[in-house]
Design a protein around this ligand. Structure first.
Ligand SMILES: [Zn+2]
Ligand SMILES: [Zn+2]
Ligand SMILES: [Zn+2]
Length: 277
């Protein structure tokens, strides 16, 4: 089934430009050097079994960072079917409250927006947003959302999302595979068993913070090494710090690896649950 992968943000936790920084990337006039906090959206049109019924638009978001409001407005996001969380760092969760208007729409239609999260991430969400998730929450305009445990395999309106466990320093975080594409962010190590889950991926997203090593993020060289091993037709880099200029870094990368940018849209082939690979 045809779908679209859209980059809502491709920057690292501080965003690019970084506040107060006079460097050449932070002061660049290239719009691709402006990166909001990392997030992607996957969209598809659901085929209706009854003829004559207009297809329904489906949208899944991975992470709602501090820029989620701006990203949703930019892309005209008017409906979310589910959110997947990679982990509980604030650059990935601080936009949760901006799901409120979308959740009111969902609630009027009779549901809560499901938020899929690991036990560790769920605990952080419940702590940070206790006024939303506490059993005693009475805050009238709280988000109409519910946390659901993230399983190895989750089906959203018939479309399958696989969890890809990866390491972010000492912490296990979730990457996701959907059909012929995969999105991994905040990775310092990919376990062997997860390389197996990535076999056959054609469109791959990997994080690359900068050139200098970091304890919990991949460098450009590490990401290129993983990209070559996984062998996707095309790999895009995200979670990028201000050390990496878009054009300059692209010119050093192998042909099959490119810097992603905010707003980039890629066609993907999604997999229906139960469909042969
Ligand atoms: Zn991050
Ligand atoms: Zn800078
Ligand atoms: Zn992180």
């Amino acid at each position: 089934m045809n779908g679209t992968l859209t980059f809502l943000g491709t920057g690292t936790s501080m965003g690019v430009p970084t506040i107060g920084c006079p460097c050449s990337v932070c002061t660049s006039s290239n719009p691709r050097d402006r990166r909001l906090r990392p997030s992607v959206m996957i969209r598809w049109n659901e085929i209706q079994p009854e003829s004559g019924v207009a297809p329904r638009h489906r949208a899944v978001v991975i992470d709602t960072g501090p820029d989620f409001r701006e990203q949703a407005l930019r892309t005209g996001l008017a409906h979310v079917d589910a959110v997947f969380y990679t982990h509980g760092h604030v650059d990935h969760i601080l936009g949760l409250d901006d799901l409120r208007p979308l959740s009111f729409i969902a609630h009027r239609a009779g549901g809560l927006i499901p938020l899929y999260a690991s036990p560790h991430t769920a605990e952080i969400l419940e702590r940070v947003y206790d006024y939303t998730f506490s059993p005693n929450a009475t805050y009238a305009t709280r988000a109409r959302v519910e946390i659901r445990p993230l399983a190895d395999r989750t089906t959203i309106h018939g479309v399958e999302f696989l969890r890809i466990p990866v390491l972010h320093g000492d912490m296990e975080v979730a990457g996701f595979r959907f059909g012929n594409a995969a999105y991994l962010t905040d990775v310092s190590e990919i376990p062997e068993s997860s390389f197996e889950l990535l076999e056959g991926v054609e469109t791959l997203v990997l994080p690359a913070l900068r050139h200098k090593p970091h304890p919990s993020h991949a460098t450009v060289a590490q990401a290129v090494g993983w990209a070559e091993r996984i062998g996707a037709r095309q790999t895009f880099l995200t979670h990028i710090a201000h050390e990496l200029g878009h054009d300059e870094t692209n010119s050093m990368l192998p042909e099959s690896v490119r810097m992603a940018w905010d707003g980039l849209e890629l066609p993907v082939t999604l997999r229906r649950a139960g469909e042969a690979a």
